[in-house]
Design a protein around this ligand. Structure first.
Ligand code: NAD
Length: 370
C-alpha cells in the first residue's frame, strides 16, 4: 500500500476581541493551501470577520460553530490573530499560531505562557516567524501605512471642510476602493492637494503610506519620501514643518535625535496633521516627543498644545489595519502562505524550528524567574 503523507489540519478560530474584523487566514489563502494538497482546514463561524463563512466554505473549508477550538482534534493547529479570551485560564494542549504578546514581558505574559506549558501545547508566535535574515515572514505593515496615510489626508480635509468640528469616529471600510473614493471626493471639494511627507518610506508601512497618497491622486511632487539617507544629518527637521501632513513609519531600533520638537510646533509652520504609524508612544526615544498616549478609532486625533494658534492634530492608533480588514487580512495571509506550506515539514523547516526554540526559551525563562 502506498504511504499516505499525514494531513496538516489548520483550525481557524473565531476572533473574540471587539472591533476585530481581520482574519489570519483569508479564503484566498485557504484555497491555495487546499489546492496544494496535504491540508485540511476547519473554520469557526464568525459574524465579526470581514469574510463571510460561505467564502471559506466555497473554497472547501469545513465550517464549525464559533469558539469550538477547545474540542478540536489533538493534532489540529489552532490559528488566529489576537489574544485568547483573558477570562479563561485553562491549560492549552494544542499547537497555536497567533500573536500572543507574551514574549516581551508584557502585562500578564506569565499567565498566557503558563497555559501553554501546563497543557503541553506549543505556541508559534506570528510576530516571531522570521526568515533566515531575521525579517518577519508576514506583517500588517503595508496596510498600517496605507490606512495611516488615509487618516492623515482625511484629517487634513476635515480641517479644511469642517474647521473646529470634532473628527468623526473611524469605521472600517468594506474595501480599499470605497476608502479611496471617499478621500478623492473630499480632495475634489477642496480643490487642492496637500503636501505629505512619509518618513521610513522604503519600509513596509512607508511604502503603504506612499501607495495610498498616489492612489488618492496626490501629485508625485507633493509626496516627500524620506528614509535613512535623508535623516542621516540628524533632526529636528524644518522640512517636516513645511508640509501639511507628516506620516512617521520608521522602525525605531536605537536612540535617535527627535524629528520634531515642541519649539518647532510653537513656531511658524505649515504642518497641521501628524500620523505616527510607528507608535513608539511610550518609548524614551520616541522621535515625536510631543505626545504620550495612543489614540483610538472613536477619538482618532489628539489636539497638540501649541502657542501657535494654527491647529496641529496627531493620530497614534496602534491597530490601523483594522480599518481595511479585507485587504489587510488577505495580504497578511498570502505573505504567510509559503511558510504555512512548510508546516508538514515543520520539524526541520528553519522558520518553524526557530519559532519552537523561541517558545521553549521563553517557557524556560519564565520558570527561571519563579
Ligand atoms: N500603528 C499600527 O497599526 C502599526 C501596524 C504595523 C506596524 N506598525 C509599526 O510600524 C513600524 C514600522 O514597521 P515596518 O514593518 O514598516 O518596518 P520596516 O523595517 O519594513 O521599515 C522601517 C523603515 O524605517 C526606516 N528607518 C529606520 N530608522 C530611520 C530613521 N532614523 N530615519 C529614517 N528612516 C528610518 C528603515 O530604513 C525602513 O525603511 C514598526 O514600529 C511597527 O511596529 C504600526
Amino acid at each position: 500500500m502506498p504511504f499516505a503523507a499525514p494531513i496538516t489540519h489548520l483550525w481557524l478560530r473565531e476572533e473574540t476581541k471587539p472591533m476585530e474584523h481581520r482574519a489570519a487566514l483569508s479564503p484566498d489563502a485557504c484555497k491555495k493551501l487546499l489546492e496544494h494538497g496535504g491540508f485540511e482546514i476547519t473554520v469557526e463561524a464568525c459574524k465579526e470577520r470581514i469574510f463571510r463563512d460561505s467564502e471559506y466554505e466555497d473554497v472547501g473549508c469545513r465550517i464549525v460553530p464559533g469558539d469550538s477550538w477547545r474540542q478540536a482534534p489533538a493534532d489540529a493547529i489552532i490559528t488566529g490573530l489576537k489574544e485568547l479570551p483573558e477570562n479563561d485560564q485553562t491549560p492549552l494542549p494544542h499547537t497555536h499560531i497567533m500573536f500572543a504578546h507574551c514574549y516581551k514581558q508584557q502585562g500578564g505574559w506569565k499567565d498566557v505562557l503558563s497555559r501553554f506549558s501546563e497543557g503541553k501545547g506549543l505556541l508559534y508566535d506570528l510576530e516571531f516567524l522570521q526568515d533566515d535574515s531575521g525579517r518577519r515572514v508576514a506583517a500588517f505593515g503595508f496596510y498600517a501605512g496605507f490606512t495611516g496615510s488615509a487618516v492623515g489626508i482625511d484629517a487634513w480635509c476635515h480641517q479644511q471642510l469642517h474647521a473646529g468640528e470634532k473628527y468623526p469616529t473611524i469605521k472600517p471600510y468594506p474595501n480599499e476602493d470605497k476608502l479611496i473614493a471617499d478621500i478623492k471626493g473630499k480632495l475634489a471639494k477642496i480643490g487642492k492637494a496637500p503636501k505629505i511627507m512619509v518618513m521610513g518610506a522604503m519600509g513596509r508601512c512607508g511604502s503603504g503610506a506612499v501607495s495610498l497618497a498616489r492612489k488618492a491622486g496626490i501629485p508625485e511632487e507633493n509626496i516627500l519620501k524620506w528614509d535613512m539617507a535623508e535623516t542621516a544629518k540628524g533632526g529636528p527637521f524644518q522640512e517636516i514643518m513645511d508640509v501639511d501632513i507628516f506620516v512617521n513609519c520608521i522602525y525605531l531600533s536605537s536612540e535617535i535625535p527627535p524629528f520634531v520638537t515642541q519649539q518647532q510646533i510653537d513656531s511658524d509652520r505649515q504642518l497641521s496633521v501628524i500620523v505616527d504609524v510607528s507608535c513608539d508612544t511610550t518609548n524614551p526615544f520616541n522621535p515625536i516627543p510631543i505626545y504620550s498616549v495612543n489614540t483610538t478609532f472613536d477619538n482618532a486625533l489628539l489636539d497638540i498644545e501649541s502657542t501657535n494658534p494654527k491647529p496641529l492634530q496627531l493620530c497614534s492608533i496602534d491597530h490601523l489595519p483594522t480599518m481595511l480588514p479585507r485587504e489587510a487580512s488577505n495580504q497578511f495571509a498570502l505573505d504567510l502562505l509559503p511558510t504555512l506550506l512548510q508546516l508538514p515539514a515543520r520539524a526541520t523547516a528553519p522558520v518553524w524550528t526557530r519559532a519552537a526554540e523561541l517558545y521553549n526559551d521563553k517557557v524556560a525563562s519564565m520558570a527561571a524567574a519563579e
